[in-house]
Unconditional design. Structure first.
Length: 294
């Protein structure tokens, strides 16, 4: 096998939940010989008509292909599925959502058993799989050589982004982006709660909210990154920390007036007040990043 393995590379896939099934169908449609296994065997049956071979057990599935993709519930599920199975000479690609520490430990575990290892963090939901214009992709980390070897096969279901030799980096990128997403959802939830009892159409309000978030996020995230690298937290600041902390009083008072709990936004405001207590107030919010480090 050479770098950028061909579209006919045999693939084994362990795990046929919603994501695993979506992945399976894209490899089948692209002409890959596909062997699948799932703990609940009935999930594999619909794929037989599409050309998949269903293995009687995980060991049989692993033996069928050099490239073995794992997409299970969690790291414990991976350990259980592969327990006692010979992985010698296998290229193990783990797309299971895990922590960075779990990914690093799983990489060492795989290497001890004679396998090469890549960890992956899927930045997509099942309906995005196989649809390039949907914008989904997978973070990959671990062996660069292994990534390049299977890049074309891995790119069949969704785009690929390699983030480093450290096997934990894919999971770290994955969780960092997901954490930002949930923080954003917290703000969106609070905003809708504020208007919930009023004669304001949420559907009409939604594009205003989307446009505002986009307008604020694009420059803010880039500036935060630059400031973290340079260490200069005061250059090009538009709304300084002191001004923003003062403004939180109005936000909290409005929540009180509207009968809305401030539990989703209070933690950020508390962090801002902590930063102000130890600074001149001329910087923006970048300093709160290091306050979170323990």
């Amino acid at each position: 096998m050479t770098a950028n393995a061909s579209a006919e590379t045999p693939v084994t896939l362990l795990g046929l939940g919603a994501m695993g099934t979506a992945l399976a169908r894209t490899w089948l449609a692209a002409g890959h010989p596909l062997t699948v296994w799932n703990r609940t065997a009935a999930r594999a049956e619909p794929l037989v008509a599409e050309g998949a071979k269903v293995a009687d057990g995980a060991a049989e599935a692993v033996a069928a292909s050099t490239l073995v993709i794992v997409c299970l519930l969690d790291d414990a599920s991976v350990a259980a599925a592969l327990d006692g199975i010979d992985l010698t000479g296998k290229d193990l690609v783990n797309l299971t959502t895990t922590t960075p520490a779990e990914a690093r430990a799983r990489a060492a575990w795989a290497e001890e058993r004679g396998a090469r290892y890549l960890d992956g963090g899927i930045m997509a939901v099942p309906p995005m799989i196989g649809i390039p214009e949907a914008g989904g992709y997978v973070f990959y980390s671990g062996s660069r050589e292994l990534f390049e070897l299977h890049r074309e096969s891995l790119a069949v279901p969704v785009g690929t982004t390699y983030v480093g030799e450290d096997a934990g980096f894919a999971a770290l990128h994955d969780v960092a982006l997901l954490s930002a997403m949930y923080g954003m959802f917290a703000g969106v939830t609070h905003a809708f709660a504020l208007i919930r009892r009023e004669n304001i159409d949420p559907v009409a309000f939604a594009p205003l909210l989307v446009n505002w978030i986009q307008a604020m996020v694009d420059p803010s995230v880039e500036q935060t990154a630059r400031q973290l690298v340079s260490g200069d937290l005061t250059t090009d600041v538009v709304s300084n920390l002191a001004m923003q902390v003062a403004g939180t009083k109005t936000l909290l008072a409005t929540a009180e007036e509207q009968g809305v709990s401030a539990e989703l936004i209070q933690p950020q405001f508390a962090l801002m007040r902590r930063l102000l207590a130890t600074s001149t107030g001329e910087e923006d919010l970048t300093g709160t990043v290091d306050l979170l480090l323990r």
